[in-house]
Ligand binder design. Sequence first.
Ligand SMILES: N[C@@H](CCC(=O)N[C@@H](CS)C(=O)NCC(=O)O)C(=O)O
Length: 203
Amino acid sequence: MKLYDNPAANSPRKVRIFLAEKNITDIEIIKIDLMQGEHKTPEYKAIAPNSRIPALQLDDGTVIMESTAICRYLECLYPEPNLFGESPMEIASIEMWQCRVYNELMLPLAMGFRHLHPAMAGMENQNAEYGESQKQIAIKSLKYFNGVLTESQFVAGDRYTFADIQMITTTDFFLKLNRLELSEYPELQRHAELMSTRESFTA
Ligand SMILES: N[C@@H](CCC(=O)N[C@@H](CS)C(=O)NCC(=O)O)C(=O)O
């Protein structure tokens, strides 16, 4: 299998953390240079029509796009340690939390970054008003998820799961890029510190 990746990009980092947690080492990593527009070439679009990374290409040529879908596929091939849940309720809970973190926190932060940050001017048709409104939604979500993490050590219950990967890749990457301070959200900061103790953090 081949993983189309870039070490500086956030969505592929979810897959890299997932690979490290599962100790999967037999996937070839192919670097796509986003700044050089390699993801927009006809060659890459023929592999991944969404022009995004990550993409996982199987040995028969089939391609899986979307970081969560890639991780779900790998969970089936490498079931241990379990990161998407065992019982019906745990599977639902992890899905609910990873989805909520993605939709309610990661997406508004990503939109704030893409529409407000000068570094994204070349990649996005920027609209500062939209970016600012998304940033304000993200701030509300940061307060909300900070409250959620007062109740439990991890995002989805009492053990490390994919929902934690969704959260740490969001807080670690997007807060500074939106000129927001993690220290203003003490439970999110505690969660980030806990995540940083895992070997997979540097993946
Ligand atoms: N929902 C997708 C998002 C993928 C994504 O947006 N990847 C970024 C890098 S982190 C990308 O390829 N951006 C290229 C672009 O926006 O043109 C996933 O989770 O895989």
